[in-house]
Design a protein around this ligand. Sequence first.
Ligand SMILES: Cc1cc2nc3c(=O)[nH]c(=O)nc-3n(C[C@H](O)[C@H](O)[C@H](O)COP(=O)(O)OP(=O)(O)OC[C@H]3O[C@@H](n4cnc5c(N)ncnc54)[C@H](O)[C@@H]3O)c2cc1C
Length: 426
Amino acid sequence: MTDDPATLWHATAAALPAYPSLSGPAEADLLVIGGGFSGLSTALHAAEAGLSVILLEAHRIAWGATGRNAGFVVPNFAKVDPDAIRAKLGTKAETLITMAAGSGDLVFDLIRRHAIACEAQQVGWIQPSHSEAAFAKAQDRVRQWSALARPVHLLNAAEVTALTGVNGWRGGWIDRSGGVLNPVGFARGLARAANAAGVRIHDSSPVTGLHRHGTDWQAITPNGKITARRVVMATNAYVGDLWPRLARSFFPLQVFQVATAPLPLSVRSRLLPEGQCVSDSRRNLFTFRFDAQNRLISGGMHILSLGAKARVPAAIHRRMARFLQLPDLPPLAYQWSGMAAVMPDFLPRVVELAPGLIAGFACNGRGIALSTAMGQQLADWANGTPAEALALPLNPANPIPLHALSRLAPNALLPLNIIRDGLESR
Ligand SMILES: Cc1cc2nc3c(=O)[nH]c(=O)nc-3n(C[C@H](O)[C@H](O)[C@H](O)COP(=O)(O)OP(=O)(O)OC[C@H]3O[C@@H](n4cnc5c(N)ncnc54)[C@H](O)[C@@H]3O)c2cc1C
């Protein structure tokens, strides 16, 4: 049995007993590979639609990015908005935009419907603007998302300070359908709900081979084998060697997260009095939120992977102390990292790898809301909807050119981005 990663979320979420590893042969309408938000949402929605479903997870539920993120529920795309998506995707755009627009509500509705205890609060996500140009962009973002009747509002500098407790941003915007949760608690709750709907879940069951078997698919694990009519690969950045072409069709990005020891109430009450999460407009974005025990949480990336585990969490701690004017910030109590899947155009994808085999991936740091919504779409596919009719863009599974080199771009460009952020925010 693989251990859970040592994150704040695994340590504090309601426990979930391990599911047995797969032993022997089994059959299902749908096999889901991966026990993160994408796989769990797919499995739950497919079972609710009447399919027999088996979910195989190599480690334990929420072992991947699902258990290692910051718990920000953000119902939009990183860096792209409806107008740009319409220009890129034409008639396909509207369903994708609608899916994203409703994704925060979907998460909090699932939490209510299945009574999932995960410290969830639909209090909003705030994006403060670090510069005049970023504030102009915030105005445009508000225009575009409010045209879709989303609960979004422009914030002037004083309003951002009142909501965050921090001075210095030019303004910003808020989407009140976003919010915060304990991601492991949410994932474990989805697993319980899926299990109750009839999904057979197996932990410690890595799929080591996937083969065509007549018109079905056969998946091999160390001690068992599944025959299924359809297969959803929900492995995201952790796909490994299972399907090498898929592994080369996105950028895998290591992201670090930290959580301090709890802050004293006197300090806590000055920051984020309404409990939102914040990711600002910098290219090297500054993020923060609290958990239910007043621990301060933030994240960041490395420029150089060598020694990053020792270096980056301390750098994030120093940045929090400086940005939030907290010279006596308590020490870090938790630090961890995870792999996200990123596309150059910041849009998620589905790829039909072969007839009856599909993968959904690359929610670009928006996976709590978007992967959960993508799971609904993948369940529709398992139930007969053609891949072309899904809300997500269909990728031809072409590997990104020069992947071994180009995958380093997001880290290699970080120093330049930090300089540009600094110049713009003067
Ligand atoms: C540090 C960090 C911070 C982030 N912060 C946020 C945030 O605040 N808000 C937000 O919305 N998004 C955030 N994201 C992104 C978000 O976490 C992901 O988009 C989302 O969790 C992806 O879910 P998933 O189910 O697609 O993949 P994962 O959660 O990565 O799950 C994939 C699973 O597949 C399993 N698997 C792989 N291969 C096999 C196999 N052969 N057999 C069986 N199982 C297999 C893995 O063990 C893993 O559990 C963050 C990501 C990171 C890394």
